[in-house]
Design a protein around this ligand. Structure first.
Ligand code: UDX
Ligand code: ADP
Length: 459
């Protein structure tokens, strides 16, 4: 089976970069990425590559190479489905906000809508690839919807979970540790293996059954998140004992069985995957009555919530137990550096906590828009959007954020924060000038020498 045309439903953080690289590396395959959101598609088609809807280092060059050649972005979902031999489903699967499994289970409404649309449009056999993170056994639901169309079209379902991390998506895609393909039909699996083999060495392409592939995605994220929560738990212990969490991390990371990655203590993990996938795992375990298993993984989330509120509390306590009317400058809003994605970012929760204490928060992030920041706060529903706009200001220059501020709080590890003129910043801030480094990125010794009252995580 040779694939000539691919369609991808969903032009977000996963679909956009992944399809751009597949198109770049397979110039003979026509790749069409479709989305219901017209503004998003327009942004993907914008001649000015600075306006792509996803900020990701290196993405602009890949899009510049493939777009218009064999990579297309469109809102015509039906046409793309009709023409494609292979369809990737890359729509969002947020945590349910209503009904059964509220707050834990993944909302599969968008997936089901896609499946129904594919079923109604397809006139020839198709390979359908689930790319979104889905709870185990979603493929079964997909299969059941697609099998029962009654129009004689055959569908093969594959699971091909995405392991790219935002901020490094292009290098992760270009040089993946592994590509995972789950499925039942060897011909369909081989067709997808072929596409990846255009640039990924064969030994890095793993094939499994559908359920293993789906579960492996959740488990990989749960293990990574667990490492962050583990080191964050130790950071609190370090603060009370006088140990230094960076030194502890360095010492344990040298153990080759443990390894050095993902041991960076922080204000807490964010992103669209970790929390959602663990909640999913917890939900699945609970639904099979595996209480201990569910509780074990849930603790990773509980610790993460604790780390975020602990950071906010530290700010309040250090500033004489009141932040009412005080200007607190947030450096960073994205959930990590080198992305404009803010989903589940620790900054949102820390801000919310401080706003409950009537602080004035001024936010600067190099890539996140003011509208996004207000949308994130409004989404929590803690206060009216009018109140959020009264208490929070967004600026596009860090020095404006820090002028007259009582404190600076680093929420994202953007490299540029290190390069600022902290002498000038100190001059402009209220005294004592507090700096709370939620990412351990600033040079604390240097800042203390300059006269800042400096607090970081786990030291
Ligand atoms: C993650 C997985 O890494 C990726 O494989 C999967 O496909 C999607 O989920 P992503 O959410 O983009 O990727 O970012 P990641 O780099 O994993 O970071 C997640 C969060 O953990 C971020 O908020 C990050 O700042 C935080 N983190 C990470 C730490 O606080 N400390 C660390 O040592 C590592
Ligand atoms: P992810 O990080 O998983 O890529 P995003 O939210 O960035 O998630 O992207 C998912 C995209 O899927 C959104 O742009 C959304 O508009 C799109 N989408 C959701 N449902 C459908 C659908 N039925 N048809 C087409 N696009 C859809």
């Amino acid at each position: 089976m040779k694939i000539k045309k691919i369609a991808c439903i969903g032009a977000g953080y996963v679909g956009g970069p992944t399809m751009s690289v597949i198109a770049q590396k397979n110039p003979n395959i026509q790749v069409t990425v479709v989305d219901l959101n017209q503004a998003r598609i327009d942004a993907w088609n914008d001649n000015n590559l600075d306006n792509l809807p996803v900020y990701e280092p290196g993405l602009d060059a890949v899009v510049a190479e493939a777009r218009g050649r064999n990579l297309f972005f469109s809102t015509d979902v039906n046409k793309a489905i009709d023409e494609a031999d292979m369809i990737f489903i890359s729509v969002n699967t947020p945590t349910k906000t209503y009904g059964k499994g509220k707050g834990q289970a993944a909302d599969l409404k968008y997936i089901e809508l896609c499946a129904r649309q594919i079923a109604s449009v397809a006139k020839s056999d198709k390979i359908v690839v689930e790319k979104s993170t889905l709870p185990v056994r979603t493929a079964e639901a997909l299969k059941s919807i697609l099998k029962n169309t009654g129009n004689g079209v055959n569908f093969h379902i594959l699971s091909n979970p995405e392991f790219l991390a935002e901020g490094t998506a292009i290098s992760d895609l270009h040089n993946p540790d592994r590509v995972l393909i789950g499925g039942e039909d060897t011909e369909a699996i081989d067709a997808l293996v072929d596409i990846y083999e255009a640039w990924v060495p064969k030994e890095r392409i793993l094939t499994t059954n559908l359920w293993s592939s789906e579960l492996a995605k959740l488990v990989a994220n749960a293990f990574l998140a667990q490492r962050v929560s583990s080191i964050n738990a130790i950071s609190e212990l370090c603060e009370v004992t006088g140990a230094n969490v960076d030194e502890v991390a360095r010492a344990i990371g040298r153990d080759s069985r443990i390894g050095s990655k993902f041991l960076k203590a922080s204000v807490g993990f964010g992103g669209s995957c970790f929390q959602k996938d663990i909640l999913n795992l917890v939900y699945i375990a609970r639904s099979y009555n595996l209480k201990e298993v569910a509780d074990y993984w849930e603790q990773v989330i509980i610790l993460n919530d604790h780390q975020k509120s602990r950071f906010a509390e530290k700010i309040i306590q250090t500033m004489y137990n009141t932040v009412n009317g005080k200007k607190i400058a947030f450096l960073g809003w994205a959930f990590k550096k080198d992305t404009n994605d803010t989903r589940e970012s620790a900054a949102i929760y820390v801000a919310d906590h401080l706003l409950e204490e009537e602080a004035n928060v001024v936010v600067y992030d190099p890539k996140v828009s003011a509208e996004q920041i207000y949308r994130d706060l409004d989404y929590l529903g803690t206060r009216t959007s009018g109140e959020n706009r009264r208490l929070v200001t967004v600026v596009n220059n860090p020095y404006d954020a820090l002028k007259e501020a009582h404190a600076a709080a680093v929420l994202t590890e953007w490299d540029e924060f290190r390069e600022y003129d902290w002498v000038e910043i100190k001059r402009g801030m209220k005294k004592p000038a507090f700096v709370f480094d939620g990412r351990n990125v600033l040079d604390g010794n240097q800042l203390e020498k300059l006269g800042f009252d400096f607090k970081s995580i786990g030291r």
